[in-house]
Design a protein around this ligand. Sequence first.
Ligand SMILES: C[S@@+](CC[C@H](N)C(=O)[O-])C[C@H]1O[C@@H](n2cnc3c(N)ncnc32)[C@H](O)[C@@H]1O
Length: 286
Amino acid sequence: MTKITKDTQENKENKDIQEEKTVATLYDSPEGQIGSVLFGGHMHWGYWDESNSTDNFAQGSDRLSRIMIDKTCITKGQRFIDIGCGFGLSGIRLAKTKGCRVDGITISKFQQESAMKIAKSEKLLNKVNFLHGDALALPFDNDSFDGGWFFESIFHMNHSAALNEARRVLKSGSILTLTDLPLLSVSKNDDKFKEYVRKNIHSHFISVENYPDLLHKSGFELIKIDDITSNVMPLLVLKLTEAISTYKEKIYKFIPNPEKSIDNWIYLFKYMSKNLGYIIVTAKKR
Ligand SMILES: C[S@@+](CC[C@H](N)C(=O)[O-])C[C@H]1O[C@@H](n2cnc3c(N)ncnc32)[C@H](O)[C@@H]1O
């Protein structure tokens, strides 16, 4: 009995290691690198309403970044952790806007090096730092941070393991903000969709109803869930198609099999916008 439990644990650990490597491979690949061109340096989706519906993908991504910054309660001199920081743009802007210190971490070496280059060019190395590493084993002491976020990154990780690790490094009472793409009712039992996103973008999506219990079990108190699905999903494919056409020359130069990649992106974005919502979750470490 003990042996079976041990083997299962080892298998799980091996699977987790493979999973991490593939997420890194995804973001370090030419397709992963071009994402920052299409999305204006960000690696998250965009927010559009009546006031900015003609904005392109990059402007929509920038708007979502500003919304997330407004949601944080971090103040001058405090320390903030950006878990799954991408190219660091939102973290850098947060440090500039709020005057806090930001430590970011990404599993992609290419992203981490690019984020450090941007920080250096902005003369912000005294305020921000970006590490190459795993969000499930953060290289920080317990109770180190006054706030943090997972900005479109938690679905690449095991939700509960990621939240437990975030709780460990956050101080008691600090605010955690995250964006996530919850499964819509139609897709909750759609194993084909779940398998597709697991295989192709190494993502595991959960339902919005899972959040209260998940947060509670990970030592957080849920404060608020903002459902912004209608501001993100309806324009997603149109904005992606426009961005692809704007950057077609770059894509063709940079990507080995551009037509296939473009088809895959459009298929993926269509499939995701049919099956997923978009939420911003605010929680407090108990
Ligand atoms: C969709 S991108 C979002 C990036 C960034 N937060 C943004 O808004 O532009 C997902 C990010 O999660 C990071 N990520 C995924 N799994 C990770 C892990 N286990 N540890 C650290 N970072 C991870 C990826 O490297 C990538 O930077």
